[in-house]
Design a binder for this molecule. Structure first.
Ligand SMILES: Nc1ncnc2c1ncn2[C@@H]1O[C@H](COP(=O)(O)OP(=O)(O)OP(=O)(O)O)[C@@H](O)[C@H]1O
Ligand SMILES: [Mg+2]
Length: 409
């Protein structure tokens, strides 16, 4: 039975569980519950993608299963693998019994044949270690399956996901095919660090979550009961929105607005001044250079009549950005999906630019307006990688590894 009558009832149910949704978001959730289609949620960090899957589980009373994706992950961590340790333990315990099976075998081939005849005992459901995809398919009660940060996974795994989500079934050659009795509600999230295959997108209902409008962000902050008076919270939301326009290396997200509100409430702040915001700005900006830009811009954000030098307003940053070939120009409200990492390249001022490390690994996102036309010229440092294609055979799962293990047993 469908859990919701209408889109407004989805909005209300989400709000009851602390998730503030607009109609567009609620409509997609409503359709997920009606069409049994997966939902792909894309958007910058901290805009509530993961939280949406949790809220969906809460409002439908379903258990949440989560597959966290990462680079190099293979299907054994997504679907299932054989519990090798348990198999070994059983063979140790049953050593005597196994010896009896081969005791009167006249030669080695006969002994091997007899052991082989027992294989199905060790490759049965008892020894199957199921991972989130298989667990979601096999679950006797319906679940919500969150496939988080799918853009971090390799394309081979993406193809496996595609296969599974197309049929809601998983085949384990040694055991059989498991078919979901109740299709799970599936939420995939992506930070757009690389483009996902068209096939996966076609299969999903797509939702782009950006930073919310001021009114909704304020509603979110209020719903978190941060302790900050409403008038100050409203002012704070405006300041954070102004910071997002600065094109910081890591733009503050909703969760940072909430943290900042809590911080100011704990400090008992009764008036938002540039000085108190500067003292606490490290709650929302996590890079030294961003902090300097933020502190410089705060007087203007608190009081628009204050003059701030042009070089602090982000122009310098966007020029660097294009010159350094990140290929993803951020506009107001767009996200920065950058992280610093060890070995990042150095800027003139000695700061490590993790974006370049990230960009070396990732395909540029497609959300920037000039992505398709400017991709070549925007990435001078690293030659663009050839377009990635997901062919149908890349999704076919190889059981060679299992088979090898099986023979080794
Ligand atoms: N619409 C919303 N209603 C209520 N809280 C929200 C909403 N959007 C975001 N939040 C808050 O923001 C926090 C961050 O959300 P979440 O972890 O889901 O972000 P995300 O988009 O998954 O980020 P990332 O890409 O970094 O994983 C949540 O803990 C939640 O408190
Ligand atoms: Mg998340």
């Amino acid at each position: 039975m469908a859990p919701f009558e209408s889109v407004p009832s989805v909005v209300d149910a989400l709000a009851e569980h602390g998730y503030i949704a607009d109609d567009r978001l609620a409509t997609t959730v409503f359709l997920v519950t009606r069409l049994d289609k997966p939902m792909l949620v894309e958007g910058p960090a901290g805009v509530g993608k993961t939280e949406l899957a949790k809220a969906l589980a809460a409002i439908t009373g379903r258990r949440l299963l989560r597959l966290q994706c990462y680079e190099g992950q293979d299907e054994t961590k997504a679907l299932y693998e054989w519990d090798y340790g348990k198999q070994l333990l059983y063979t140790q315990i049953l050593r005597e019994k196994i010896s009896q099976v081969v005791a009167d075998a006249p030669d080695l081939p006969t002994a091997v044949d007899r052991i082989g005849a027992q294989e199905s005992v060790f490759f049965s459901e008892r020894f199957l270690a199921q991972r989130p995809l298989l667990e979601a398919i096999r679950s006797p009660e319906p679940v919500v399956l969150l496939i988080d940060e799918v853009d971090r996974a390799d394309e081979a795994l993406e193809a496996v996901l595609l296969e599974t989500l197309a049929e809601y079934q998983v085949s384990v050659p040694e055991v059989g095919t498991f078919i979901a009795t109740q299709p799970p509600y599936v939420v995939l999230t992506s930070n757009n660090t690389r483009d996902l295959s068209a096939a996966l997108k076609r299969r999903c209902l797509h939702l782009f979550l950006d930073y919310p409008a001021a009114a909704r962000e304020l509603e979110i902050v209020r719903s978190k009961r941060t302790g900050l008076p409403d008038a100050l919270a409203a002012q704070l939301v405006d300041v954070v929105r102004g910071l997002r326009d600065l094109e910081l290396r890591k733009a503050p997200s909703i969760s940072e607005t909430i943290d900042w509100a809590r911080t100011l409430a704990v400090l008992g702040v009764t008036e938002l001044s540039a000085s108190v915001l500067s003292d606490t700005a490290s709650v929302v900006v996590k890079y030294d250079k961003d902090l300097r830009k933020t502190v410089a811009a705060l007087p203007r954000l608190v009081d628009p009549n204050v003059e701030v030098p042009e070089r602090f307003l982000g122009t310098e940053h966007s020029t660097q950005h294009a010159d350094r070939g990140h290929g993803h120009r951020h506009g107001p409200g767009e996200h920065s999906h950058d992280e610093s990492g060890p070995g990042g390249q150095r800027l003139e001022d000695g700061e490590v630019d993790g974006r370049l490390v990230r960009a070396g690994k990732d395909e540029p996102g497609r959300h920037s307006e000039d992505y398709y036309s400017a991709q070549e010229s925007a990435r001078p440092q690293a030659p663009p990688s050839p377009p990635r294609k997901v062919s149908s055979d890349r999704g076919s799962r190889s059981f060679n590894a299992n088979f090898g293990r099986r023979r080794a047993l």
